[in-house]
Structures are given as structure tokens and as C-alpha cells.
Design a protein around this ligand. Sequence first.
Ligand code: IMP
Length: 423
Amino acid sequence: MPATVVVGAQWGDEGKGKITDHMAESADFVVRYQGGNNAGHTIVVGDERFALTLIPSGVLNPTVTPVIGNGCVIDPAVLITEMETLRSRGIDPDGVRISNNAHLIMPYHRKLDAVMERYLGRQQIGTTKRGIGPAYTDKFSRQGIRVQDLFDPKIFREKLEVALREKNLLLTKAYNQLPMEIGTIADEYLDMAEHIKPHVTDTSQLVWNALRDDKYVLFEGAQGTLLDIDHGTYPFVTSSSPTAGGVCAGIGIGPMEVGRVVGVAKAYISRVGSGPFPTELDDEVGERMVEKGGEFGTVTGRRRRCGWLDTVALRYAVRINGISEIAFTKIDVLSSFPTLKVAVGYRSGDETYDEFPRQQRVLYDCEPVYEEVEGWSEDISGIREYDDLPPQARNYIEFVEKLVGVPIATVSVGPARSATIAK
Ligand code: IMP
């Protein structure tokens, strides 16, 4: 069976965790292919709320094998804590599988993430300070330490020594920090190695075998299209490829293995951290979105910036990912807004844009071109059938569908698993 990819179609926080968890009901494998514990996904099961950052959302389903692929960066302390937390709440994490080729987030990555941001001052990216960027930097400069190195203490210490030689120079000379001790780090990591060893495997082979055995494999993207290192609003992006194209390299499969790409888009839009945001609202409407939508980060607790739905950006996400259908989330948050605005283009100087502009400067100084549709006043969070939605809500959904050119197949009206409507 061809695999399905779930990707964020905006700047992250679209509700991918909930949609993945919902789709995982029929999945055999849920696989992360990029990012690390910068990704917060909140899942509500009954009265319980689970906030995961590294382990795939599918872990809550006992028949699912959750997989963390080679394209991810792993902070082993976070991994162990998340597994222990799950265990203490009655969820068995023993089935979690981790790639031997995934890179490790080291203490100096976290430190560098924090101090580099501080040094950037007003130009700062607003990272999650989890060491993501510095860990990927080391991966691509071929100085990274991989999960498999944990099981060869001699090699591990050697690699750590080489890395620390440079990192300590950077920390002390460039950033005026104290150096880090090799002994402490080596002891801590080699101790953690024992905890994660039973989970480590060749995840590319695992997924390949699953696909050959006709298993349902779901790839779970973290962050979102506009945070992609290549296709996002660089440099205000994350350091990996959350887009669907990232799946092949991030797990080690060919493109023909993927048959369906589900883009998750919120019925409005939000972003955390810095960077351009054409439809951002600095007024009480934006504030209401934050309040009603509970728009505070799962990982850092930061307030998210909010604004009207941007279909220029959404069409871009459809193109970049090859999205075949959209899961439209948090539409219940828009109840009681008398009028809803939807950005259908951008205007900058004498030019109008209905495609995502090539030159990023446009995103900073453009004015969105809005169309308005009528809102609805009733609470829709208890509705479970598409036809029971108020006509204005259906009109909004179908208006967006027409603008972006792919079907909205799923509508989410609340955080609970059951608050999901098939259209
Ligand atoms: P980093 O991924 O921690 O390096 O942060 C880079 C940018 O991506 C910052 O603007 C973060 O706020 C943003 N970011 C990273 N992970 C997420 C996420 O899961 N949701 C939303 N934004 C994120």
C-alpha cells in the first residue's frame, strides 16, 4: 500500500498531531522524518491531554509502531523522559523505533542555539532553543555524532573530543561562555545509550519491509511548509525539510512509495518566532484568535502571532508538497466572528501577486488582498456531520477549497479525536 504523508501547510501548529493521531487509528506505522523536540503536538484522548515533542503522535495507538527516522535529530534525555512520562500514564512506548543514523543533539548544540540567538539581537530567528539548528549544522558539516556512535564508546569519545575542540573555542572566544567538559558529557550520553539501545534499528529497512508487507505507513511532518529550510521564509525557518519531499531522504525510501499527501491547514493562520507574516493581525481580532484558539506554543509556551487565512501561501504549500487533500482544523475558533476575511492575493506598490512572491521582501511590505465571507454565530464544536454545519461555515470551507484547488476532505471542530468531520 503506498504511504501517506501528513504535512503542515502553514507555519506549523496547524493541528497535525491531532490529525495524525486520528489517521493513526487505521495505521500500522507512524514515522517522523525530520526535526526533533522543537515540534510540539498536543493530542487529546478523552479527558487526557498529551503533549509530545519527539515521539510520533501515533504512539497513543497500541497497534502502531512509532518510528523516528534518520532525518530527525534526537536529544536522548528528552526521548527517555518522554518514554517514561508515557509509561507513567499507561502508554507503552516499548515499540518506539529509532534510526541508527539519526543525529544526536548534544549539550553544546543547546548552548550554542541560545547564545547565537542572543547575539543576533533584533535579527534573531526566535528558535525553540532546543539545539536543532546547531545539530543540523554539524550534520551537514560532517561533524555530527549519530545514534549508532553511542554503542561504540571509543568512537563516541573520539568524535566528542573533535567536536568539543571547536565548540569550546566558539563558546569561549566568540560567545564569552565557559567551556564544556568532555568527561561529563561522555558519561551522561553513554549512560543514556543503554536506555535507548533496545529501540535502535535500521528504520529505512523497517519501513521498506512494512511497505512490502502492505502495511499502512503514515509519515508525520513536523513544523510546516513555510518553515522549510529551502521553501520557507528563510532565514526564519527551521533547519530541516518538513515538506513532503523531505520524506525520501529523511527515512530512506523512494518517491514512488508515497501515494497520498494530506496538508493540514488551520482555518486561520499563526506563527511563532520572527519573520514576515502578511495577514498578521495586531488588533483585537488577532487577540481573539489567540484567546479562543489557545494559541500558545506546546514546546516553549510562547504566544503565537495570528491572522486571517492566507490562500496565496496555502496554494504555495499545495504546490511544494503535492498536497492531494486538506485537513482543515480549528474552524470552531472562528465561530462568532461576524465576517471572515481570506487573503486571495498580495499587493505591493503597483504589483499584485496571486502566487507566492519570488522575492521575499514583498512578504514584508505587501498588503493582503482580502475577500470577505459571512461568519456564523453558533458554536459548532459539537457537530459531527458536514451537512449539520451552518451554511456560512460550509460556504467558508468551499470558498477556500475553490481558491486552493484541492479538496478539503476533513474538517476539525475541536481538539478531541471525535471532533473530526469527514466531508
Ligand atoms: P528551531 O526549529 O528551534 O530552530 O526554530 C526555528 C523556527 O521554527 C522558529 O521560528 C520556531 O518558532 C519555529 N518552529 C520550530 N518548531 C516549530 C513548531 O513545531 N511549530 C511552530 N513553529 C516551530
